[in-house]
Write a protein of this length. Sequence first.
Length: 63
Amino acid sequence: MRPRHDPRGHIILTAWLCPGCDVAGRSAPENEPECWNCGGPVVVTARPSVPVAEPAVGSPVNS
């Protein structure tokens, strides 16, 4: 039996890879994913669910 996901306290991000730059990143669900390096299109690799308390990638805590 698989545990059920509790959506409260979690957000689904978009994980992606830029084939041209060979870099990866995560974008918030309200943003269209694009490469932070070149601004170009990306390939979505996953949509992980992470705790809301986790700082977003690119925030001052992770910089």
